[in-house]
Design a binder for this molecule. Structure first.
Ligand code: CAA
Length: 293
């Protein structure tokens, strides 16, 4: 089966990045969200990110126009998926919401369509079981910022068939990404390592081991990470990290994955990182200013 048309559900941070790379690779894309303002914001972000390459001479205005021309913003879910060969879902990480979306997609998408979730932690098997095509259901986990990050983590659920996995590896390669094929477990491969590491950095801040900027400098220079762990937490979203931590505790029944009190308190205060303007850093000024804890 050849994938030509892709429906991307969600025009947020991950959804617009996924729509961007799919259209750039030549696919016809429908990017769906529940409100026109989210769709418009998603398209504007794609345009802005494509234009980064314009001054550097890596892309022409004509190419940008062609890529944008392959993306249709849409509100109606059934319309978005009715002729899709592949549906990639990037809606908020709420199990009941994802399951409702998948039931609707399953009823409206063509029988041959593959269903892929960009979830960062939720069970692929659980979502697949809500559809009548668990063999055609798979995890396709992208990383933020999607146009820059080279990996797609592909996750097989209990019932995912080999043919589905093979097609998704091929599509990801066509998007210019490296792939890893992993079996389902909470957090898959990347977040299994990343999330406990980020939580540990917060425990250390809570204990007064280092200031926010010193912890970031330690890891950035001592381990050669592009961003320190607290900058990365602000980038990923503190609510996302907390959600994954709580999910790990539930799934593994192991308190070693518990979230530090400080993280939970910050999320309760609405300090979600860059997206809310406040996190381990304060983003209200010209440049991020580290907070004191
Ligand atoms: N879209 C398109 N291009 C972008 C971009 C975006 N949103 N953001 C940055 N870029 C491009 C820039 O234009 C620049 O391009 P050139 O090198 O061609 O000039 C390049 O990326 C580097 O950007 P900058 O020079 O602005 O800044 P930088 O060197 O500090 O890199 C970064 C920025 C790529 C974000 C880098 O800091 C980085 O890799 N950080 C770590 C990101 C990371 O770990 N992501 C994974 C998070 S976990 C996750 O997503 C999954 C989950 O489930 C939680």
């Amino acid at each position: 089966m050849e994938i030509k048309k892709i429906a991307v559900l969600g025009a947020g941070l991950m959804g617009n990045g996924i729509a961007h790379v799919c259209a750039q690779a030549g696919y016809e894309v429908k990017m769906r969200d529940i409100d026109q303002k989210f769709v418009d914001k998603g398209i504007a972000t794609i345009k802005k990110n494509l234009e980064r390459g314009l001054q550097k001479g890596r892309i022409t205005q004509k190419e940008i126009d062609e890529i944008l021309g392959r993306i249709e913003g849409i509100l109606d879910l059934k319309e978005a998926v009715k002729d899709a060969d592949l549906v990639i879902e990037a809606v908020p990480e709420i199990v009941s919401l994802k399951i409702d979306v998948w039931k609707e997609v399953d009823a409206a998408a063509p029988d041959h369509a593959i269903l892929a979730s960009n979830t960062s932690s939720i069970s692929i098997t659980q979502m697949a079981a809500a559809t009548k095509r668990p063999g055609k259901f798979i995890g396709m986990h992208f990383f933020n910022p999607v146009p820059v990050m080279n990996l797609v983590e592909i996750i097989k659920g209990q019932a995912t068939d080999e043919e589905t996995a093979k097609i998704i590896v091929d599509v990801s390669k066509k998007l210019g990404k490296e792939t890893v094929l992993v079996n389902e477990a909470p957090g898959f491969a990347v977040n299994r390592i990343l999330v406990p590491t980020l939580l540990e950095a917060v425990f250390a801040i809570q204990e007064g081991v280092a200031t926010v900027e010193d912890m970031d400098t330690s890891v950035r220079l001592g381990l050669n990470w592009p961003m320190g762990p607290l900058t990365l937490l602000d980038f990923v979203g503190l609510d996302t990290a907390l959600h994954i931590s709580d999910y790990f505790v539930d799934e593994f029944k192991d308190s070693k994955y518990r979230a530090p009190t400080l993280l939970r308190k910050m999320v309760r205060a609405g300090w979600l990182g860059r997206k809310s303007g406040m996190g381990f850093y304060d983003y209200s000024g010209d440049k991020p200013k580290p907070n004191r804890f």
